[in-house]
Design a protein around this ligand. Sequence first.
Ligand code: MN3
Length: 201
Amino acid sequence: MPALKLPELPYAYDALDPYMSAETLEFHHDKHHNAYVTKGNELLEGTGQENASLEEAMVWSFKNKPGLFNQLGQHYNHIHFWNVMKENGGGTKLPSEVEKLINDSFGSYDGFKDEFTKKGAGQFGSGWVWMALSNEGKLEITGLPNGENPLVHGSTPLLGCDVWEHSYYIDYRNARPKYLEAFVDNLINWDYVAELLSKAK
Ligand code: MN3
């Protein structure tokens, strides 16, 4: 695989304000994500993963090289995270195919929101909360530690929220539930979720 590269944010640093400030995005993207890229490139050397895709190398490293997985997993997760947010995002008007699957899987939008925010708030320590498409075609919400994501557990990630403190501490201090509520209500790019869902089918 070509060297890992830090992607540009798909919006201005202040685009998500006040729900996620420019200061948070500057630290989170320019410092934290960049560090995963730098360290990941160091650790990739000599692993024989030169021709693998990011996804393939990540899944390989999960089983074989945990130190490398931490970096590749976080690189993959953060690329997802930047894209799954947008200005004036969130809310209850979902693309119809996503809405239907959410209703089938959680009973209602409120059922989705309740489970997603509770599992995100309840994830002990650093990690992510994910909504993923299982092999049975159902949506599942899981809290996962550190850099883990549904792909390494065999399902397709559709919506992930970073619950490491660096993602919310500047804007929300220790109030992780408030951050998760703002993420769901104001930041989710549901069109991107719909795009991932259509690719998965
Ligand atoms: Mn992060």
